[in-house]
Write a protein that binds this ligand. Sequence first.
Ligand SMILES: Nc1nc2c(ncn2[C@@H]2O[C@H](COP(=O)(O)OP(=O)(O)OP(=O)(O)O)[C@@H](O)[C@H]2O)c(=O)[nH]1
Length: 632
Amino acid sequence: MPIPSPALSERIQPNATAPELIRNFCIIAHIDHGKSTLADRMLQLTGVVKARDARAQYLDRMDIERERGITIKSQAVRMPWAVADGAADDAVLTPYALNMIDTPGHVDFTYEVSRSLAACEGAVLLVDAAQGIEAQTLANLYLAMENDLEIVPVLNKIDLPAAQPEKYAEELANLVGGDPADVLKVSGKTGVGVEALLDRIVARVPAPVGDPDAPARAMIFDSVYDTYRGVVTYVRAVDGDLNPRERIQMMSTRATHELLEIGVISPEPIKTNGLGVGEVGYLITGVKDVRQSKVGDTVTTVSTPATEALGGYDEPRPMVFSGLYPVDGSDYPTLRDALDKLKLNDAALNYEPETSVALGFGFRVGFLGLLHLEIVRERLEREFDLDLISTAPNVVYDVTLEDGTEVKVTNPSEFPGGKIKEVREPVVKATVLAPSEFVGTVMGLCTDRRGTMQGMDYLSEDRVELRYTLPLAEIVFDFFDALKSRTRGYASLDYEPVGDQAADLVKVDILLQGDQVDAFSAIVHRDAAYEYGVRMTAKLKEIIPRQQFEVPIQAAVGARVIARETVRAIRKDVLAKCYGGDISRKRKLLEKQKEGKKRMKNIGSVEVPKDAFITALSSDAGGGKETKDKKK
Ligand SMILES: Nc1nc2c(ncn2[C@@H]2O[C@H](COP(=O)(O)OP(=O)(O)OP(=O)(O)O)[C@@H](O)[C@H]2O)c(=O)[nH]1
């Protein structure tokens, strides 16, 4: 006989914190498969968020996150959930504490995803019942399996008319192993099946294990800058315990801090007397900069320090660089202050001043990827009221000269002109999932973008997984856009950096009247140089206003000009007053005019309004395509 379901109010009593009553889990999903909606529903069901306080995507706190409907920073919430154990007639309710760690879903933030996963014992693998498995479903699943997490497969959005729960339950069961009948079917929107999912989490996700008597060790999986409280560090305690007023030490840097406050989020911060084995909560130390509290680092106490850190951590490594310039040059100091402030909250942000002939004073900024670039730019414009222009994004190149000197190039205009022995560029391992009818199309695109095929698998009859190695630079431009448009939006993409490779790359310079315009220099494959040159010169011809003299626009590789356009001079009609007259007089006037122009050309320089550069750059920048697509 099934155990009668207890009343909801009985199930959400405050709960104990013994490790065996704790379940730490996260939800992993492809973008837009409904992770945040499901998380909201869980918060509401467990009484953590009262219905009247509920607002869409409670966990996504940043304005940008809410507007775009994406999760950038992970957050952790504790929820009470009691489960009936024992026989039907004398069932007792056991109160559990469920810690839900919300993870970002976008490729740019894979490192944050993997740290959040390391803080859990289980993962709800959420798949849209109308879409099926997508590239990030796989990428996140593999990350979860690497972390030995118990996977709870779940189909979401079963309320949609287009949902095909039976078909995708089978696909999902094939992927994670198990019976299609075991795949839970829920709707985050209507709440159907969510209680059963909470019960399944308690039943399937293992309780945390750790040694309560060992020196304290807790892993940092997120840290956020708060204007009032300084840095708030989210940790998962593994061994021992952390208590208020203790001095703690960061194991990677050996820096020590006093613990001012310790607590859990449910869903607002609640102070507690400490964090023990398996618990997830926050620490406040008065540190003012997130770089002193690094994601992936291990926290221990100064009095009895642990000797071994928990796993390693990666420094966030910028993959994509772009120049950021204020449209109004006098905003430069504001931009500098704004970047300094943002950096307090974004350990991955990285910048140094640079100047450009065309754009004036600005910064070369390193980002984790294109979405990161766009978010930073948007926050700068919105939170600091700045008008910015960003140059086309590029990756980092390692250049070895013939004399053995090695140069790291983050700005194409600094690409060395001398004798080059080798240029290396970053490559990624890309996974594309697409309906099988598009296999040829996807292969064609990847080959065009210098990809090398690594493998291909059929996930089901009509869905294929293609694996390629591709230069990151090729993805940075418009790969995602091209992929989506060629597959009518059905393909999905995920990629991760896997090192670098030597490539035949050249720098294409754009010259106006013989002068190099730094903002337009680009590093491209030798075979693509001509096309880039022709495209840029044609575009500039359209936007550069006509001058008193002729302006040549050239694209050059080294000293060799590969493309040329000319902005015609405004020709004053010197013959206007010359009715009739003989041809020699006309010729004389024209000769004289030509002389004058030559002089002007020599002494004058091209006057190009900054707007023209801005137009050219903004229509060329590859940024933002992924998010634009997402917003649909
Ligand atoms: N019909 C229906 N729509 C849903 C359901 N769950 C989510 N949605 C919708 O799907 C869209 C994406 O949901 P989100 O919860 O923002 O998706 P997400 O996975 O959190 O997205 P990221 O945070 O960007 O990874 C939204 O428009 C939701 O309203 C559901 O169960 N049924």
